[in-house]
Ligand binder design. Structure first.
Ligand code: ADP
Length: 140
């Protein structure tokens, strides 16, 4: 199985509630290695650019405002099948539909304030990692 990298974001609802360590433990327990990590506060323009793919969705404005409301932790996770594995550990977008033991089931507040982001495919993972990290910051 291929070793992959994926972009993860611990969202403001989770950083605010001091859940970074508990969420990172879920990743590490699943065999995902945190190979880069930083805490940043996105501007509305940066959050809007990151979520540009959703710009026509009704929740776009709310999503951008939320993501720029407080600091986030952006990170690169590495491991076998990391993109799918991360999405499995995250759980369904809406915590009401998420499986027991997933991050969103345990920690998410709502479909919007759902604690984590994870890339959904190899091409988006590559683009999203490059959005936040330079090559020098990735130390496998
Ligand atoms: P995922 O993050 O699981 O890949 P999507 O790509 O569909 O999900 O949506 C991106 C983010 O937009 C979600 O994680 C969530 O924060 C927000 N979102 C999605 N659907 C809604 C909704 N119906 N209302 C409010 N926010 C939403």
């Amino acid at each position: 199985m291929a070793i992959e990298r994926t972009l993860s974001i611990i969202k403001p609802d989770a950083t605010r509630r001091n859940l970074t360590g508990k969420i990172n433990a879920k990743f590490e327990d699943a065999g995902l290695r945190i190979v880069a990590q930083k805490r940043i506060h996105l501007s509305p323009a940066q959050a809007g650019k990151f979520y540009e793919v959703h710009k026509d969705r009704p929740f776009y404005g709310e999503l951008v405002e939320f993501m720029a409301s407080e600091p986030v932790v952006v990170q690169v996770l590495e491991g076998e099948n990391a993109i799918a594995k991360n999405r499995e550990v995250m759980g369904a977008t809406n915590p009401a539909n998420a499986d027991a033991g997933t991050i969103r089931k345990e920690f998410a507040l709502s479909v919007g304030e759902n604690s984590v982001h994870g890339s959904d495919a190899p091409e988006t993972a590559k683009e999203e990692i490059a959005f936040f990290f330079s090559g020098l910051e990735l130390v496998g």
